[in-house]
Write a protein that binds this ligand. Structure first.
Ligand code: 5GP
Ligand code: ZN
Length: 115
């Protein structure tokens, strides 16, 4: 599995930096965003280092499907019952700050800090 020693999310996946984890399996990790925009704001990441959504290929289709399929399950488990938002920022113009693929899943009562 590919890792980048300078990547903050690789370090979280390796347990070198602490995070409030909500889900983990062989391929995926989910943890609370350190600077939440919504009452519930988690990040779904692959444990493998993939920099952006634009760096994924056919070999990642199952992984991407698993990431998206996890969202409603996580929101249910975290008590979000009135809808949620899924966001993947991609590249500079997409506002991506951390270059390790991640999916924001946000829910909970409004107003939110962003959006
Ligand atoms: P992006 O703009 O790249 O889509 O979002 C990166 C997200 O990662 C931001 O919402 C930011 O708050 C979150 N983040 C950055 N560093 C850390 C960290 O060390 N721990 C956690 N839990 N979240 C982080
Ligand atoms: Zn990484």
């Amino acid at each position: 599995m590919k890792h980048d020693p300078n990547c903050i999310f690789c370090k979280i996946a390796a347990g070198q930096i602490p995070a409030k984890k909500v889900y983990e399996d062989d391929e995926l990790l989910v943890f609370h965003d350190i600077n939440p925009w919504a009452p519930v704001h988690v990040l779904v990441i692959p444990k493998e280092h993939v920099a952006t959504l634009a760096d994924t290929g056919p070999e990642h289709e199952a992984l991407l499907g698993r990431m998206l399929a996890l969202a409603p399950k996580l929101m249910r488990e975290l008590g979000v019952s009135n809808g949620f938002r899924v966001v993947v920022n991609n590249g500079p113009d997409g506002g991506q700050e951390v270059y390790h693929l991640h999916m924001h899943v946000m829910g909970g009562p409004r107003p939110w800090a962003k959006g």
